[in-house]
Design a binder for this molecule. Structure first.
Ligand SMILES: Cc1ncc(COP(=O)(O)O)c(C=O)c1O
Ligand SMILES: N[C@@H](CCOP(=O)(O)O)C(=O)O
Length: 465
């Protein structure tokens, strides 16, 4: 299996090279040339298996022999031993036909841990095999950064630089990034929003001289390794609810479109997914796009679900590539429209293809707060604001024909102020993070300028060409 770029102008790569490349050299995103398929029999074979066993069954199809089975299994075991729940990602019933899939039992209390713990080990393995080092960069609206820092902290072969929007993440999220004592960790507060951080990361990848000079690699969901690891929990959830003999719907709180794209991949692989629902907050660019066929950026609104305060939804590019029948020219033209005017139109046939696969809805901050309050009152279950966005949109898109699973993407204790103001309960951090807010912070404040960020990274990175 090889990996091709959505923009059609970068070399096709094997799994290990795509993993280290992050973004393709033509600015595109890698995805597999074809989707591996699970038959109904294969899916039935996953019943009763542990999370780790399903993870191996799914990921081995993408790794395609580039890492020996024993090594891949060892990485999976180690990665998911960091989770505090024996089921890794337990499914909790909150209504007759409604479930939440708790993806927040990892070290930093967000769904990002599921893929990041795996990605760090995969990268370390490949770098060790090649005797190389890498410089990892990432942009975060709050959760990717903490998860990446936790997963890469202290790793000899990598230095990690995380760009976060100054003053726009929750205090818990900020501390998770700024209190690491490891020398290979650099938290960079950027005077801008998440989209500025992500633009800087992409610009660094597109600066070939810089990219090569520090051996750049990425950990955002532009990296195929992230998506691959996120496909797994769609399988475990669906199988535990009766797949392949029953269709399951999923609602996914969405920002950068990585998590829900993983659901789309699971469907392409043969998982019988009924509805796949995009849930957005007030930054509803994806819901508007599905409605109008026009992807059009607006200024970012700061909400109670800050991790979804995003306008440039990176992985939507992967979906466009699929919707245009894998025609890179159409993707290149859309992305150049986005760069030049902050908007592009989706052609009718491609829009039809997207609408066949996805529904979308939005929850305002008021609706999010009401959902937190009502869910607590009716079921005793405490939602974080991102998951509440999903639960609100799920209720509007559920069908009695299939169970609806909302992805619970963060623990409520990451956003205590919003949760408390919605329902009066102040969620506490778990014991291993109990002193987080008293730990000493260490971060650098940078202007949102490519040269400033590149200079900082160049000075501090150990990987040099
Ligand atoms: C808590 C939380 N929920 C949802 C999302 C959206 O996920 P994605 O960017 O994969 O769409 C994010 C981050 O992006 C997040 O941190
Ligand atoms: N919400 C994310 C934004 C970055 O998303 P990624 O999945 O592409 O890394 C965050 O919390 O940082």
């Amino acid at each position: 299996m090889d990996y091709i770029s959505t923009r059609g102008d970068a070399p096709a790569l094997g799994f290990r090279d795509a993993l280290l490349a992050g973004l393709a050299r033509d600015g595109g995103l890698y995805l597999p040339r074809e989707w591996p398929v699970f038959t109904k029999k294969d899916i039935r074979g996953l019943r009763g298996k542990s999370y780790q066993e399903v993870a191996f069954a799914v990921m081995t199809r993408f790794v395609d022999g580039e890492i020996p089975d024993a090594a891949l299994k060892a990485m999976i075991d180690e990665a998911y031993a960091t989770f505090r729940h024996p089921a890794v990602v337990p499914l909790v019933q909150v209504g007759p036909n409604d479930f939440v899939l708790e993806l927040f039992h990892g070290t930093t209390l967000a769904f990002k841990d599921v893929a990041m713990q795996m990605l760090a080990r995969l990268m370390d393995y490949v770098l060790a095999e090649r005797g190389e080092r890498a410089t990892i960069v990432g942009a975060t609206s709050g959760d990717t950064g903490g998860a990446a820092i936790d997963a890469f902290a202290g790793r000899e072969r990598t230095d990690i630089f995380i760009l976060f929007p100054h003053g726009k993440v929750s205090p818990v999220q900020q501390r998770q990034m700024t209190t690491s004592t490891h020398k290979n960790v650099h938290a960079l507060a950027v005077k801008g929003n998440f989209d500025d951080c992500q633009d800087l990361v992409k610009a660094m990848f597109n600066d070939v001289a810089f990219r090569e000079s520090v051996k750049l690699s990425g950990v955002n969901s532009i990296n195929w390794g992230r998506i691959m690891a996120q496909v797994v929990y769609y399988f475990t959830a669906a199988v535990s609810l009766g797949s392949p003999d029953r269709k399951i719907s999923f609602t996914v709180p969405t920002g950068n479109f990585g998590d829900i794209f993983a659901g789309y991949v699971a469907k392409r692989m043969g998982l019988p997914i009924d509805r796949l629902v995009i849930a957005t907050n007030d930054n509803d660019i994806l819901a508007r796009t599905l409605k109008t066929g026009r992807y059009e950026m607006k200024p970012v609104i700061a909400t109670t679900s800050p991790s979804m305060d995003i306008q440039i939804s990176s992985n939507f590019e992967r979906l466009l590539f699929e919707a245009y029948g894998r025609e890179p020219a159409a993707v290149r033209s859309a992305m150049s429209g986005l760069r030049q005017s902050g908007a592009f139109e989706i052609q009718p046939e491609a829009l039809k293809a997207i609408r066949r696969e996805f529904r979308a809805g939005r929850a305002t901050q008021k609706q999010v707060a009401q959902t937190i309050r009502a869910t607590l009152a009716e079921t005793g279950y405490l939602l974080d604001p991102h998951t509440a966005t999903g639960v609100f949109v799920a209720a509007k898109n559920a069908r009695t024909a299939s169970p609806m699973v909302t992805l619970a993407t963060a623990h409520p204790a990451k956003f205590p102020a919003s949760v408390e103001s919605a329902c009066g309960i102040h969620p506490s951090l778990p014991s291993w993070l109990a002193d987080l807010m008293n730990r000493e912070e260490r971060y650098d404040l940078l202007e949102p300028e490519l040269k400033a960020v590149e200079t900082f990274i160049h000075q501090h990175a150990r990987a040099k060409a």
